[in-house]
Design a protein around this ligand. Structure first.
Ligand code: SAJ
Length: 448
């Protein structure tokens, strides 16, 4: 476990001082709380519990509270047996009652920060959580916000809400920002071994946040402020969004010049330094990459600046589903089949391979465009048995049956378990948007 040195702090006279809290964290008597028991909060709760703390999870969804207290995991990366053991040992519990905050010494907030339709930040969940924290805040409480958000949120939104209680940050209570870096389904990097950035409103806040996470996580990275910590996460994910946009534009350019973009990328990736491969695709999905950069561009607009790269990459990434629909229409056309009335099977609807999450998935956009042009659209995805599209519930069809009945199969999500060679054998035509059929030679294949 990381050794985290907390400078000896001058002894304040007030009860619930930083030193007292530091001691509770060191000897694991600190009572730890986590608000928001999703793919961030629940794994973090288990790691803190595993480090020896008693953990109370708080969530407004009764179903989650019930499942946890019954020892049932609903998060792909959270081991059910480990969860059940901690609940049985009464070291981990869940509740929807925020008043437990009165009894807690530390509190991590890991609630959603989605975008509104206007691409403006939706802070509803953060504000609701902070209203509850302010209601029950007490001297000696350490609060850490983890939800991805615009720089300044902790200072400008959260801090004033908590100071309404009359408590003063840095002496009575302590406030940090620590970006979540959970990558659902990543077998190599999970909560315990992903370096954790922590930045506080004051140095005492930073040290306490670093001390807490240092008890449970392999590496803590202190930064000088909450704004730096907030910006770290936005840089990480804006970097990805822009590079994906760049490589999608490269795909469009290569298409226009009759060059195989996949071969270009694979060859460029042999460069051992100064290059990191990104790959074109049907669009940008997920609850992080398409969302987080707009928190930054929203904030920059408030300060009279324009984040031009973000807007440009967003436009290009947003165009990809239409580009894919065009490709399908042209491929059918080349076989004298109009798109209108054509049966198109979408292989994979999750936003990326080998997971079950369809949030912001480009598959939904592609299917919507195809339907709007009169195609009969179905899908097959072993991770997504059913989903809603335009208000209608769709069921995943059996893959090879669907392939045999379709005029065109389009690979949108390249799940590892798909039997690609069989698909090519049975299909009338395949549009491959992920290079899943790399190395397969057939005149049935149309590549992005
Ligand atoms: N995508 C491409 N081309 C690429 C990479 C991704 O089109 O070269 C698409 C994916 O298909 C998906 C979207 O972009 O639709 C986002 O993919 P992602 O690989 O970025 O996966 P996410 O959204 O799960 O991003 C998470 C992020 N983790 C956190 O925010 C904590 C991101 O920072 C990670 O780098 C990423 O996982 C990861 O590396 O897996």
């Amino acid at each position: 476990m990381a050794t985290v040195c907390v400078e000896p702090m001058e002894r304040e006279e007030r009860p619930g001082t930083a030193a007292a809290l530091a001691e509770k964290i060191r000897n694991r008597t600190a009572r730890v709380g986590v608000i928001g028991l999703g793919y961030v909060g629940l794994p973090l709760s288990l790691e803190l519990c595993g480090a020896g703390f008693d953990v109370t999870g708080i969530d407004v969804q009764a179903g989650k509270v019930e499942a946890i207290n019954a020892g049932r995991s609903y998060i792909q990366d959270v081991d059910g047996a480990r969860l059940a053991d901690m609940v049985a040992a009464e070291r981990l519990r869940a509740t929807a009652d925020f008043s437990v905050i009165r009894e807690l010494d530390t509190l991590t907030i890991a609630v959603p920060t989605p975008l509104r339709k206007t691409k403006d930040p939706d802070m509803t969940y953060v504000v609701a959580a902070c209203e509850q924290v302010a209601r029950y805040a007490h001297p000696g409480l350490l609060v850490i916000l983890e939800s991805t958000t615009y720089p300044g949120t902790t200072d400008e939104l959260v801090l004033p809400m908590l100071e309404v209680s009359g408590l003063r940050v840095g002496t009575d209570f302590f406030l940090c920002f620590s970006p979540e870096r959970v990558d659902p389904g990543n077998a190599l990097y999970q909560t315990a071994n992903i370096p954790k950035v922590v930045g506080g409103i004051t140095p005492a806040c930073t040290e306490l946040g670093a001390l807490l996470y240092g008890q449970a996580l392999e590496r803590v990275v202190r930064v000088s402020s909450t704004k730096v910590a907030e910006m770290v996460k936005l840089l990480e994910n804006t970097f990805r969004m822009i590079n994906i946009g760049m490589v999608n534009e490269m795909a469009l350019l290569c298409e226009g010049m009759g060059i195989d973009v996949w071969e270009v990328i694979d060859a460029a990736a042999t460069k051992p330094f100064g290059f990191m491969p990104f790959y074109p695709g049907p669009g940008l999905g997920g609850h992080c990459i398409p969302i987080d950069p707009y928190y930054l561009s929203w904030k920059t607009r408030q300060t009279g600046m324009e984040a031009r790269f973000i807007e440009l990459a967003g436009a290009i990434n947003g165009q990809m589903p239409h580009f894919v629909a065009e490709k399908i229409q042209n491929a059918l056309n080349d076989r004298s089949k109009p798109l209108r009335g054509a049966r198109v099977l979408v292989m994979g609807v999750a936003y990326k391979r080998n997971i079950d999450d369809v949030r912001e998935s480009p598959a939904l956009d592609v299917m919507h465009v195809l339907r709007s042009r009169g195609a009969e659209v179905s899908y097959s995805d072993p991770y997504v048995p059913r989903m809603e599209l335009g208000g209608e519930v769709m069921e995943s069809v059996e893959l090879l049956d669907g392939v045999g009945e379709a005029d065109c199969v389009v690979i949108i999500t390249d799940h590892s378990e798909f039997p690609y060679r069989e698909v090519v054998e049975r299909a009338a035509m395949v549009v491959d948007t992920r290079n899943a059929l790399k190395g397969v030679v057939s005149d049935k294949i149309v590549r992005l």
